[in-house]
Design a protein around this ligand. Structure first.
Ligand SMILES: NC(=O)c1ccc[n+]([C@@H]2O[C@H](COP(=O)([O-])OP(=O)(O)OC[C@H]3O[C@@H](n4cnc5c(N)ncnc54)[C@H](OP(=O)(O)O)[C@@H]3O)[C@@H](O)[C@H]2O)c1
Length: 282
């Protein structure tokens, strides 16, 4: 039987991957440090998986602006992909890896196709692009490089796990009478269970090796997403749309970060997925 290894198994996406691949081996930071080349090669060679799914990442977009954090991000999101790719090549295993719309500059209103040249506007995007390049420069590697954006789902179990945007809005709405939400950054919300289902199909149906853009359909701004959230719940919350520059954050974000999926069947509308997330949350 094909052995599957999931790395980052305690993160938001990793825990969903383990649900869809219950027979898989799940490792997180306690079992493997992907920045340790020797450990990566030794542990994965011993396990001999047919597929390595890497959901481990450094995701602190704003903190990444600090030099020491950027160095760490480059190790986790960048160079580690070279180690994983090398061991996959040696084992003839497939590498599945997730990247982000933040590798793009954000100046294309209509969005980005899979083949578009990346040009990140922040350090986090640079660190993720480094990882993409580690994969792409190994010519015989079997890989799925999946770009996604604005992930939401159950919070990861790991210590550093981030709250998703909708959970954050719900928490803030219990404390504040009005919420100011950025309305000039456009991209796709993506439900983690939908992304893992699409990942499963990619692999099971042996789609061609390459870059895929897998996101829920219908891009929205953060403000529009928050509006949809409270409308679905029938909760009255005063939302104030604001420009990104009224909401100072250390890292710049792409203005238009829509990912165009031209190679795989479209995923469902994000609102349908959001309804399911809210139902499952209770
Ligand atoms: N979240 C989003 O909105 C979003 C958007 C676009 C793309 N993505 C991409 O989607 C993927 C999954 O993201 P996510 O939100 O599920 O991430 P997450 O919840 O932050 O989980 C990442 C996991 O990786 C582990 N990890 C970090 N450094 C490690 C290392 N050196 N060795 C082994 N494990 C390590 C973390 O453990 P610790 O907690 O112990 O550090 C954590 O369990 C990532 O590639 C991410 O870049 C996410």
């Amino acid at each position: 039987m094909n052995k599957i290894l999931i790395i980052g198994a305690q993160g938001m996406l990793g825990q969903e991957l383990l649900k869809i691949f219950p027979q898989a081996v799940g490792w997180d930071r306690e079992e493997i440090d992907i920045t340790d080349e020797k450990q990566v090669k030794q542990k994965i060679s011993d396990l001999k998986p047919a597929v390595v799914i890497n959901a481990a990442a450094y995701n602190a977009v704003d903190a990444c602006g600090q030099d020491a954090e950027f160095e760490l991000a480059k190790k986790i999101n960048g160079y580690a992909l070279g180690y994983l790719a090398d061991v996959c090549l040696a084992l003839n295993a497939t590498l599945v890896h997730y990247s982000t719309n933040y590798v793009f500059a954000g100046d294309k209103k209509d969005g980005y196709q899979e083949s578009e040249p990346p040009n990140p506007v922040n350090k986090y995007g640079q660190s993720k692009l480094l990882g993409e390049r580690e994969i792409l420069r190994r010519s015989n590697l079997k890989y799925y490089l999946i770009r996604t954006s604005k992930l939401f789902g159950a919070k990861g179990k790991s210590t550093m796990a981030k709250e998703n945007f909708f959970a954050q809005m719900l928490r803030l709405s219990t404390k504040q009478i009005e919420l100011r939400v950025v309305d000039d950054e456009l991209s796709n919300f993506t439900y983690a269970p939908d992304l893992v289902q699409a990942t499963n199909i990619l692999w099971q149906e042996s789609h061609a090796s390459g870059i895929y853009h897998l996101v829920n359909a219908n891009p929205r701004t953060w403000y529009e997403g928050a509006r949809a959230l409270f409308d679905i719940l029938g909760k009255k919350v005063k939302l104030i749309p604001v420009a990104a520059n009224e909401f100072p954050r250390p890292a710049k974000r792409p203005k238009y970060g829509t990912l165009l999926n031209t190679k795989f069947p479209k995923l469902r509308d994000y609102e349908e997925a959001l309804e399911e997330y809210l139902k499952d949350r209770n």
